[in-house]
Write a protein that binds this ligand. Structure first.
Ligand code: DIR
Ligand code: MN
Ligand code: MN
Ligand code: MN
Length: 298
């Protein structure tokens, strides 16, 4: 398969330094070699440009949407690059950077297919809006914006309006939800597979349940967005918002195995690796191992 690697050195969505270094750090540690070893034609499209900002830009559009303009700009460009990649018959592998890039990435996927689903593997919901966000950090809002909720600047990135039907969104590994996020889940009847449920029923059950729903809804294309904080911090300490009781690496791999076997996954994000917060490159090595495991199954 042809795989286009797209780096997004963005930290404005989490308002914390370090994540912007992850794409180059992974490259230096052999990212492209690992993908090619698995038999793919891999192209490194480099890093997207992230505008320089000043402290004054942070709250220029209000306290609840930090660095909005720069984040919109980056995501608009990312969406076009993902769209072009898919149109060229290649698989976009987007390396973050913070999770606000999920907006651009999934928006590019949305232009490519009229039916698509999103699997969002994350300790968090990322479905805050500017009204419900406790932090004003846009990395906590991309998924709600993709569903058409929240500030119109985020909802209308790349193309006007919502990009995905809430029925086709699957949150997995969830264990930290803000009040407004819980309300949105109930209102929209979202499919949420919490860590409690994973512990109770097993990750295999969860994966099969998602596969069944995708089949029922005749979804032929899925965007897979992986936040490294979905994995337990004992194994992935190098990330900005650690939440305990996460996925074991083996559960993560089991899930990936079940989901990739459908051949529905058309694009992927790997986000929120922060090399500066890592311990002996443990999280970097795990990310490379994950990329190896996934690209061996693409
Ligand atoms: C929190 C943290 N829910 C927020 N979100 C994170 O700021 O909206 N998402 N860390 O990955
Ligand atoms: Mn996230
Ligand atoms: Mn997260
Ligand atoms: Mn299994």
């Amino acid at each position: 398969m042809k795989i286009n690697v797209i780096g997004v050195p963005l930290n404005l969505g989490c308002d914390r330094e370090g994540v912007e270094r992850a794409p180059n750090h992974l490259r230096e540690r052999g990212l492209m070699r690992i993908i090619r070893k698995n038999g793919h034609r891999a192209f490194d499209l480099g890093n997207l440009y992230v505008p320089l900002v000043s402290e004054a830009d942070k709250f220029a559009r209000g306290r609840s949407l930090k660095y909005l303009d720069a984040i919109v700009e980056v995501n608009n460009n990312l969406a076009e690059l993902v769209y072009d990649t898919l149109r060229g018959g290649a698989f976009p592998l987007v390396i973050g950077g913070d999770h606000s890039l999920g907006l651009g990435s999934a928006s590019g996927v949305g232009k490519s297919f009229d039916d698509f689903g999103i699997i969002w593997l994350d300790a968090h919901g990322d479905i805050n809006t500017s009204e419900t966000s406790p932090s004003g950090n846009i990395h906590g809002m991309p998924l709600s914006a993709l569903m058409g909720m929240g500030s119109e600047e985020l909802v209308n990135i790349y193309a006007p309006g919502n990009k995905v039907n809430p029925q086709n969104v699957f949150l997995v590994g969830t264990r930290s939800l803000d009040e407004g996020e819980q309300a949105l889940i109930e209102r929209e009847q979202l499919s949420v597979y919490t860590m409690d449920m994973i512990h109770l029923k097993g990750i295999g059950f969860v994966a099969e349940d998602i596969k069944r729903k995708l089949k029922e809804r005749k979804i032929r294309n899925v965007h897979f967005s992986i936040d490294v904080d979905s994995i337990d911090p004992r194994f992935a300490p190098g990330t900005g918002t650690r939440v305990c009781e996460g996925l074991m690496p083996d559960e993560f791999k089991d899930f990936v195995e079940h989901i990739l076997s459908t051949n529905l996954i058309k694009s992927m994000d790997l986000v929120e690796l922060n090399p500066e917060l890592d311990v002996n490159d443990q999280t970097t090595n795990l990310c490379l191992d994950i990329i190896d495991y996934i690209t061996a199954r693409l």
